[in-house]
Design a protein around this ligand. Structure first.
Ligand code: HEM
Length: 344
């Protein structure tokens, strides 16, 4: 008997976001660092980790930042929060990858060693010269996550700093200086249904040492990570092409964000981390439970949510494709059945 095919890492660790057959916006928060079993594997054991896209994504981030420095906003009054962020990011990476990464403290001096990137730095908190970089910029050069920092004042949360290169159809430069409630202004339903007011109250009470997380999802036409408002002309038309080209449907991506919500210990700011995972429909089809569930969710999705996510026009072609995936479907189906049987 032939052995079952190996499930690729990016499928095994994909945070498939649909525990139920329908999807609505909700204040879907849960404690961080809680592993979740899926039909293909597991995700969520670590708050931050590095996957097989680590070096490529960090190189891409550096390119995007060089071409458009407005993707990072660092503000002097958020410096303390930026140092908190850096120490948290390095500490979490080291916890997930102790064989490759170490954050060691000796008095006031930190030593960071990242063998995956061949990096070693000695620095003091608050001393950017010793680090050789802005702390926020350096954090963004070590973790795949996008970063937003919110300051709490006058009973509100204000987005005051960040480094975002992989946004899904929004812009950090546009949102900076806005409150949490203003940022969510365009999202349909969430205000009347109380989702955002509840999330706001939750965030105002968030405690250090009790990080939370949530998932969010959308679809995109290709595996491009940078889908910020600034680059719409580069990625928007591909979505339209997918509507008319049946051959392109299998390459559409389910785009899932794992978002962490963290109260930083020294500054008291809220750190919002966004890690983006992409999986093509072709790959999704290799896990039959996921293909079935995604079709159920898409079929039932209310029109206003589908519109806001930009998936309204994709719904019919995607459902058609999930039901009749075209040439190669039979072998994919065989493969997926063995994949589902194999231990993870
Ligand atoms: C418990 C906390 C949160 C909840 C429940 C929540 C909920 C949501 C929902 C439902 C959407 C619509 C997403 C979609 O349909 O694809 C959204 C979008 C968004 N959220 Fe949040 N969110 C939370 C935290 C945050 C935080 C801390 C930030 C930090 C600034 C943030 C920034 C955004 C942005 C920039 C968008 C896109 C808005 C646009 O289209 O311009 N969210 N959020």
């Amino acid at each position: 008997m032939s052995s079952p095919p190996v499930i690729p890492d990016r499928v095994a660790r994909f945070p498939f976001p649909f525990p139920e057959a329908h999807y609505r916006y909700s204040t879907n928060v849960e404690p961080a660092r809680t592993p979740v079993r899926t039909a293909a594997g597991e995700w969520g054991r670590w708050l931050i980790d590095a996957d097989d896209g680590y070096r490529d994504e960090l190189a891409l981030r550096a390119q995007i930042l060089a071409a458009d420095p407005s993707r990072m906003v660092s503000a002097p009054h958020m410096a303390d929060a930026a140092w908190d962020t850096l120490l948290l990011c390095l500490g979490e990476l080291a916890a997930a990858h102790p064989e490759e990464m170490v954050l060691h403290r000796d008095g006031a001096v930190y030593r960071w060693c990242n063998r995956r990137l061949d990096e070693e730095r000695h620095f003091r908190r608050g001393d950017a010269d010793s680090l050789g970089a802005d702390p926020l910029a350096y954090a963004g050069s070590q973790v795949q996550e996008d970063i937003v920092l919110l300051e709490q004042r006058e009973g509100e949360l204000w987005a005051e700093a960040g480094l975002v290169t992989f946004a899904a159809d929004w812009s950090l430069a546009f949102d900076i200086g806005m409150t949490f409630l203003e940022i969510h202004g365009p999202v349909p339903r969430v205000h009347v249904e109380g989702v955002i007011p509840r999330a706001h109250a939750f965030l105002l009470r968030l405690q250090p040492d009790a990080p939370y997380r949530r998932t969010n999802w959308t679809m995109s036409a290709d595996p491009r990570l940078d889908q910020s408002t600034e680059t719409y002309p580069e990625w928007g038309p591909a979505r339209e092409r997918a509507l008319v080209d049946p051959a392109a449907v299998g390459q559409l991506q389910l785009r899932v964000e794992v978002q962490h919500l963290i109260r930083l210990p020294t500054s008291g700011a809220i750190l919002f981390l966004i890690r983006t995972h992409l999986l093509s429909l072709e790959a999704l089809m290799t896990v039959p439970e996921w293909a079935r569930r995604f079709a159920e969710v898409l079929r039932e999705l209310p029109a206003d949510i589908a519109d806001y996510k930009g998936v309204a026009g994709l719904r019919a072609p995607v459902l058609g494709w999930l039901e009749h995936p075209g040439p190669g479907a039979a072998s994919r189906e065989r493969q997926s059945r063995s994949a589902a049987r194999s231990p993870t």
